[in-house]
Design a protein around this ligand. Sequence first.
Ligand code: PMP
Length: 359
Amino acid sequence: MEKINFTAGPSILPKEVTEALAQATLNYNDSGLSLLEISHRSDTFMEIIEEAQQLVRDLLKLPSNYEVLFLSGGSTTQFALAPYNLLPNNGSAGYLDTGTWSTKAINAAEMYGLVDVCASSHDKNYNYIPRDYRIDPDWTYVHLTSNNTIYGTQINELPDTGDVPIVIDMCSDIFSKKIENIERFGMIYASAQKNLGPAGTTLVIINKDLLGKTGRDIPDAFNYQKHIAKKSVLNTPPVYAIYGCLIMLRWLKKKGLNQIERRNTEKSKILYDEIDNNPNFIPHVRNSEDRSVMNITFTLAKPTKEKAFDVFAENHGFIGFKGHRSVGGYRASLYNAMEKGGAEKFVKMLRDFSWRFGG
Ligand code: PMP
């Protein structure tokens, strides 16, 4: 039976990516070697990483003062490295608290400087994006979580932060849409395993003009300037994961971010329309302006039917849509690689379930 993968991450990838990785694992580009066996100092790998970096530059139209790194350690590591590299001990930064991942970023930043939590949606279990908070022009940066994977909220309109650069966690919506006015961002970071490729590497895009201003010594492995100087090969990088990102970036470039954005919007609309109109389902996020196009969260109107729903959906080939334990219910993740047909089939399953078990 066909399986359709709605997992929050590591998640669905285009067939082009898994097939290229399978082929490269056996015999990379007819070299007679597996991709797993090549040196990260070889020309072969340097061509891979340089093309991947260039594709990121092209997709986001990055100005020359921005650098593109592929690092290890996930977005969780960037929660600490961003303030470590950007925030002076006596400096302050604004953090918008939109859930678990921003809370972790706040906890890490508090070790390096003063953190001002400008607003929080904790009062309603993070089912909305706070608005109308004050941006302090003295902040070194303001930190946002672009898409809140667990709750299904997304910042669909960035706040006007004036001259204060935005540091943003785009772990679960990178390359899901166009990014306008890239100069507003001091730093963008995103683990690969949702929209960009296999787990194991994290994309870091940084305005290098902001670096070297903290006055603190930073060990090489944690120091963005050192990684930039060594072109992401300061130590052995995750070769395999970066190659997967390269194939995904080629796929994204071929489609174009306009088409990707249109497709993502269409997919999420198909699903939101159903859970808004079918009385058997309740959306977690009510305000359509705060809804994520990547992670659609909902509960059953009658939670006693959860067991029946789980079995029904699994028997029809749908996997990975269980909600995060802090929200409960369900979460269908519709990342870049999910076809429109996947969302349509999910909706058909919701209707079939309602017909048999609903009411
Ligand atoms: N930020 C967001 C928005 C996430 O969804 C996740 C992981 N799901 C993380 C950060 C942490 O990423 P990692 O596990 O790669 O450190």
